[in-house]
Write a protein that binds this ligand. Structure first.
Ligand SMILES: NC(=O)c1ccc[n+]([C@@H]2O[C@H](COP(=O)([O-])OP(=O)(O)OC[C@H]3O[C@@H](n4cnc5c(N)ncnc54)[C@H](O)[C@@H]3O)[C@@H](O)[C@H]2O)c1
Length: 245
């Protein structure tokens, strides 16, 4: 399968290009705004993996939809207006979108959802994430997915919240019941650490994931590309690719 990588000069793009051959994928276009990279993909391209910047997503996915080729989105920080392009494209082509393509985080999403149902709203949910100093969006797409998983687990017992709390500062008063809070740390070269804490009166339960190498994300995204080939149009998650649902 001949693929294009969008954001090919970046940290993830380079890792994807390195691992693509082992996944049976041939990279025929390395697209990036950086010097020495392709500005577009050629007509024989059979799929696109996008780990670039959210502003690049609308025009790129519109083009893939017009060409009828599958699209794998790793890029995070996507705005509602940009997401509308993704949703429209998914009516024509298979789109896989995930804030995290690692097996471990996708397992953690399942466990967090289950824990939130079993432990209930008496256990306060606090999520922390830490990433390298170059990361541009906050909180991470993964932290948001973990918060949504906890909230989905709470929804099963009628205890979901409408929105999340992002950090705390100043005279904020007592913690509201059912609050789900997310805190973003930045520094050094951290690839990606996430902790979901369920804090009860008598005990705390913590789920921790630490990515040691970007290959954990790249391998999952390449797997998603292979999986997406020949699928019906629609928007899919890594849950679908891994067969959890
Ligand atoms: N879903 C996941 O599993 C996962 C894992 C890691 C990173 N990410 C996300 O992937 C994205 C890239 O991460 P990174 O660490 O590789 O970032 P990076 O900054 O190292 O690389 C991004 C690349 O995109 C390029 N780019 C910017 N605008 C572009 C445009 N209009 N067209 C083409 N290329 C463009 C940049 O020049 C850069 O080379 C981020 O949104 C990050 O949050 C997702």
């Amino acid at each position: 399968m001949k693929i294009a990588i969008l954001g090919a000069a970046g940290r993830m793009g380079r890792k994807l290009a390195e691992l693509a051959p082992a996944a049976g994928l041939e990279v025929i276009a390395k697209v990036d705004v950086a010097d020495g990279f392709d500005r577009d993909w050629p007509s024989e391209t059979e799929g696109v993996i996008d780990f670039s910047y959210h502003t690049a997503l609308p025009s790129a996915i519109d083009k893939a939809a017009a060409e009828g080729i599958p699209y794998v989105i790793g890029t995070t920080g996507v705005t509602p207006g940009e997401q509308a392009h993704v949703d429209a494209a998914a009516k024509k082509i298979p789109v896989v979108q995930s804030g995290n393509y690692s097996l471990g985080v996708n397992l953690m999403l399942e466990l967090v959802r289950k824990a939130a149902t079993i432990l209930g709203p008496e256990y306060d949910v606090e999520i922390t994430e830490m990433h390298h100093r170059h990361k541009k969006d906050a909180p991470s797409g993964t932290a948001l997915m973990l918060a949504k998983a906890a909230n989905a687990g709470r929804a099963e017992i009628g205890a979901a919240v409408d929105g999340f709390t992002y950090g705390r500062h100043g005279d904020i008063g007592e913690r509201p019941d059912r609050e789900i809070a997310i805190h973003a740390l930045r520094g050094g070269s951290v690839v990606g650490d996430h902790t979901v804490m369920f804090a009860g009166e008598l005990e705390r339960v913590e789920f921790v994931h630490k990515a040691q190498d970007r290959a954990a994300f790249a391998a999952g995204a390449l797997k998603a590309m292979v999986w997406a080939k020949g699928r019906a149009s629609g928007i899919y998650s890594m849950r679908d690719v891994l067969g959890f649902s």
